[in-house]
Design a protein around this ligand. Structure first.
Ligand code: UD1
Length: 355
């Protein structure tokens, strides 16, 4: 069986690392990097650290509006599909690369498997929400990370025979890499010091001053009142805004360039609390048992709130300050599908159908 596996952005790389590590013998798999993320520290370092094979194709399609990125990827991916003629295209997550490649494959009558299907924030202002719904609509395999995703797909009228609850491939990678780390620590960190970890990149949070200002203010206040360092690796999208007139007035806030996966993991796992608007980190912190404050009004991963360590705090200064106090008290429990075997289950199901 011939497969084309697609990745394009930073959060995709953790998922494909797990899928590639557990790929069944004899499966012919070509790897396509769309190039949506292209800086060395947003892409190449993840390939090195997670031992992901060199992509068979790089589409170099990064930069520009959603339409530009999707258009570039589709035009270039069609050529790859024409050459490879795969039986199945596997896409992961909810980024522009996910939708673009699923759509090209479907136009060429090639089956599509969507890993992380069914997640819904019910917020169409998020480009990812649109990407998720459209990708699911044309996928032949719908692999879900949690029960809420299965329920969403059933409610939307998807064929139950296409849907499987398999768990989270990103947690496969997290558990695998964490088990190899032992006592490693981060360079900037004095041993045993309490600290917070923060990430922010959602367009709705960082693309305009009105929303970013109260978030930055809340972090300033936490860093001052608790006298605690905050490590904040800054995403390129956010960095463009912070270069303007944002006041980071508390010297406990330490701005860093985007970090590699291993440095991030070392920081997450020992941090007192993570503050983030990332989708993935809500699950990653829950798997590690680390408190998480999600700086968003909604989440597509309700299981992390119901059973994990995640607190949905909203985007106001007051909400974030309250969410922080609440998160520190919250206890999570072990979550279904966070067992390191999601990728194995995916390949098993694909082989049962198609091999
Ligand atoms: C994308 C995904 C988002 C995901 C995030 C993870 C979509 C719609 N969004 O958002 O779901 O959570 O990746 O990071 O696909 N840039 C660089 N260097 C890079 C990558 C991006 O400078 O290596 C710049 C781009 O030129 C652009 C901005 O950062 O100006 C945003 O990049 P883009 O890929 O459009 O979206 P993200 O915000 O990264």
């Amino acid at each position: 069986m011939k497969i084309v596996l697609v990745a394009g952005t930073r959060p995709n790389f953790m998922k494909i690392a797990a899928l590639l590590r557990s790929i069944p013998k004899g499966m012919d798999c070509s790897l396509v990097h769309t190039g949506q993320h292209y800086d060395k520290n947003m892409s190449e370092v993840f390939f090195d650290e997670l031992s992901i094979k060199k992509p068979d194709y790089n589409l170099y399609a990064g930069g520009g509006s959603h339409g530009t990125i999707i258009g570039k990827i589709m035009t270039r991916f069609e050529k790859v599909l024409a050459k490879e003629s795969p039986d199945l295209v596997v896409v992961v997550g909810d980024v522009d690369s996910t939708l673009a490649c699923a759509l090209s494959a479907k136009h060429m009558q090639i089956e599509v498997a969507h890993v992380e299907a069914g997640l819904r924030s019910f917020d169409d202002k998020m480009p990812e929400e649109v990407n998720r719904r459209l990708t699911d609509a044309i996928s032949d395999y719908l692999f879900c990370t949690e029960q809420a995703a299965v329920s969403n797909l059933i409610r939307e009228g998807h064929d139950p025979d296409l849907i499987s609850l398999v768990g989270d491939t990103m947690i496969d990678t997290l558990l695998y890499q964490n088990s190899k780390l032992n006592g490693a620590t981060f360079d900037h960190l004095a041993a045993k010091e309490d600290y917070l970890f923060m990430t922010l990149h959602r367009p709705s949070n960082v693309d305009n001053v009105e929303t970013l200002q109260p978030i930055v203010e809340a972090i300033n206040i936490i860093a001052r009142d608790k006298d605690i360092p905050v490590f904040w690796p800054v995403h390129p999208r956010t960095s463009k805004m912070l270069d303007q007139d944002f006041v980071i007035w508390n010297q406990n806030i330490i701005l860093l360039p985007p970090l590699s996966y291993i440095d991030s993991l070392i920081l997450w796992r020992s941090s007192k609390c993570v503050l983030t608007d990332s989708g993935s980190l809500q699950n990653e912190t829950s798997a590690l048992g680390v408190p998480c404050v999600t700086i968003r009004d909604n989440t597509e991963r309700p299981q992390s709130v119901k059973e994990g360590t995640n607190v949905l705090a909203g985007v106001t200064k007051e909400g974030i300050l309250q969410g922080y106090e609440y998160a520190l008290e919250k206890k999570g429990r072990r979550i279904f599908g966070h067992d390191g075997k999601a990728s194995e289950r995916i390949w098993e199901l694909i082989c049962r159908e198609a091999c």
